[in-house]
Design a protein around this ligand. Structure first.
Ligand SMILES: Cc1cc2nc3c(=O)[nH]c(=O)nc-3n(C[C@H](O)[C@H](O)[C@H](O)COP(=O)(O)OP(=O)(O)OC[C@H]3O[C@@H](n4cnc5c(N)ncnc54)[C@H](O)[C@@H]3O)c2cc1C
Length: 250
């Protein structure tokens, strides 16, 4: 049985900025395509392509966040593949609606007989709790395998084998625990990522989604620091990482 003790967060798509030659910006400093795209959009509002204040991309975007002019951040979309999170964690994640798109592993179509499970951070590191938890999820997985077999017999009259399997799996998954691992592709624009990260990297968030959000923040901040550099990551008193943003809900 595969057990995840941490999520795996991978950037799988980033913006590509195609600057129009007839309306070019006097750039200062460096910037990724996503950051320049947002700056470009912001400069259209005031036709300030000549960059009269001589700001670098990082300085320009810092000011955008400070002023709360967050709509220009909506042009830059980043897509993450998130693995090693539990079904309960993904359920919390998909509550974030504005600016988000999701594609999640289907438990109706995918055979979960060999599914992986995600150990809650609160259990990781306590040998006795870990052993009990492994026993519990392994029993649930055995129940799932048994239920699929029995349901395949019950629906033996359904001629289409794929449809029969779907009928069996969609009912049998009800005995799988919340800890069952899911894989999910998440797209969001930068404004939406910031709002979600602010809520879910905070100490009030549930530990597993917080662990995932801190990892997602690290990936996104490496990719586009000017969008996320105001998030400060720190080790909280509870021994787990957390983060706080300087600019609230831009
Ligand atoms: C610590 C914590 C505990 C939580 N506990 C619970 C709980 O016990 N039960 C529970 O059900 N949920 C809970 N949630 C989830 C929470 O209620 C939100 O569903 C989730 O955080 C998504 O936030 P959001 O709606 O602001 O995000 P999004 O849907 O991404 O929206 C972003 C922003 O867009 C605007 N917006 C989006 N949709 C609308 C709309 N229809 N009308 C007007 N404005 C809109 C709002 O300004 C909103 O903040 C919890 C969340 C956190 C962080």
């Amino acid at each position: 049985m595969e057990i995840f003790r941490a999520p795996r967060v991978t950037l799988i798509a980033r913006p590509q900025f195609l600057e129009p030659a007839h309306l070019a910006v006097q750039w200062k400093g460096t910037g990724s395509d996503g950051e320049r795209l947002a700056e470009y959009a912001g400069r259209i509002c005031y036709m300030s392509q000549a960059n009269p204040a001589g700001r670098s991309t990082a300085e320009y975007l810092e000011n955008i966040k400070k002023q709360g002019h967050g709509s220009v951040l909506e042009h830059a979309v980043y897509v993450l593949l998130i693995e090693g999170i539990s079904r309960s964690c993904s359920h919390e994640l998909v509550r974030h609606r504005a600016g988000f798109g999701y594609s999640q592993l289907s438990q109706r179509y995918v055979d979960e007989s060999n599914a992986a499970f995600v150990m809650p951070p609160a259990i990781v590191g306590d040998a006795a709790l870990e052993a009990e938890w492994e026993q519990q999820v392994s029993a649930a997985q055995a129940a799932y395998v048994h239920a699929v077999e029995r349901l395949m017999e019950r629906y033996g009259w359904v001629a289409d084998r794929i449809h029969r399997r779907k009928l069996a799996r969609e009912a049998a998954r009800s005995v799988l625990p919340n800890a069952t691992e899911v894989k999910i592709v998440v797209s969001a624009n930068t404004r939406a990522w910031r709002t979600m990260l602010e809520l879910r990297t905070g100490e009030g968030a549930e530990l597993e989604i917080r662990r995932m959000a801190v990892d997602a923040l690290r990936v996104l901040r490496d990719e586009a620091p000017a969008f996320f550099a105001d998030f400060e990551t720190y080790r909280a008193e509870d021994g787990h990482d957390a983060a706080r943003a300087t600019y609230h809900k831009v």
